[in-house]
Write a protein that binds this ligand. Structure first.
Ligand code: AN0
Ligand code: CP
Length: 316
């Protein structure tokens, strides 16, 4: 695998999930694979899980790890070509990415959607500039439209917990006070669409995801109807794609409550975290046995390790 930016980089998703499970069972089986190789993890945004789990995954593979909060600690980066840099941006991404590529064998990048220009966000400019100028493989640690490390984790977690061959999975929008990216929801939909699971997306009107991510999933605006017989409830807030980046008024009643979970087939509750209690989900759900969010977050290590292992194998 040359890069890990989107599922298009992965030839066999099911096999990658299997490899993540194997690494979970035997974390140090490839502890020499990354010896004398360096991964740089660049964060333009906050992180707890991605930062720590990717660092641990790379360490398990024998790699050296450099972490940088590029947004707060680096020079302000110009992303556009052909501009006169007479503003507050001190360095162009062309040089910055190429220089980081001199220090690192693999570069992980987190750069969220800015949520003010849909076309720009969906062009994935930051990820594409790194892919073009770094000269080394890129791992997506959540870009403007995708979070593949999270989605691979989610498929691993579902595989571990499913009790039927073809579970019913519901991705449900949940309320939030801030405008959040669509990346986690987009990516979850994109990856689940590559399985044969029964998949429904429930969201209020005005919150339909981009058609290219919805794919063949069933879409409903009736949350209770979606929850009926579900085996997995995957909750996530996202800001509107249609009214780009907006938080539309209302919809507070989309919070995940014990009453709604009671409509399901004893479903497991999943969320990528961080999650706001009492807003996205009721305490009673998050604290119940149905909640698998900690196991899910733990699995971030094995997903990252499987992805980095694949990239290392291609590097040779
Ligand atoms: C981010 C998001 O919604 O994309 C990161 C989630 C992994 N969440 C928040 O900003 C709360
Ligand atoms: N789920 C996830 O990516 O968490 P962080 O934002 O804390 O990395």
């Amino acid at each position: 695998m040359k890069h890990f930016i989107s599922p298009a980089d992965v030839t066999d998703i099911a096999q990658l999930v299997k490899e993540a499970a194997q690494l979970k069972a035997n974390p140090y089986a490839f502890s020499d694979l990354g010896k004398n190789k360096t991964i740089g993890l660049l964060f333009f945004n906050s992180s707890l899980r991605t930062r720590l789990s990717t660092q641990k995954a790379a360490t398990n593979l024998g790699m050296n790890v450099i972490v940088m909060n590029v947004d707060s600690d680096g020079w302000q980066l110009e992303m556009n070509d052909g501009v006169i840099m007479d503003g507050n941006k001190a360095e162009h991404i062309k040089e910055a990415a190429a220089v980081i590529g001199q220090y690192c064998d693999i570069i992980g990048v987190r750069a969220f959607a800015k949520l003010n220009n849909r076309k720009k966000d969906y062009q994935e400019m930051v990820m594409e500039k790194f892919r073009t100028y770094a000269g080394v493989p890129i791992v997506n640690l959540e870009s403007a439209t995708r979070h593949p490390c999270q989605s691979l984790t989610d498929l691993l977690t579902i595989q571990e917990l499913k009790t039927v061959e073809r579970p019913k999975i519901v991705l449900t929008w949940a309320p939030h006070v801030k405008a959040l990216p669509q990346a986690v929801a987009n990516s979850f939909a994109e990856w689940v669409n590559l399985t044969d699971y029964d998949f429904t997306i429930a969201n209020p009107e005005g919150y339909n995801l981009a058609p290219e991510f919805v794919g063949n999933a069933k879409v409903t605006h009736n949350q209770n109807e979606a929850f009926a017989n579900a085996d997995f409830i995957y909750a996530k807030n996202w800001s509107s794609y249609e009214h780009y980046g907006e938080v539309l008024p209302g919809n507070k009643d989309w919070q995940i409550t014990p009453e709604k979970m009671a409509l399901t087939n004893n479903a497991k509750f999943m969320h990528c975290l961080p999650v706001r209690r009492g807003l996205v989900v009721a305490d009673e759900v998050l604290d119940s046995l149905a909640s698998v969010v900690i196991q899910q977050a733990g699995n971030r290590v094995w997903a990252a390790q499987a992805a980095i292992k694949r990239v290392l194998e291609e590097l040779g």
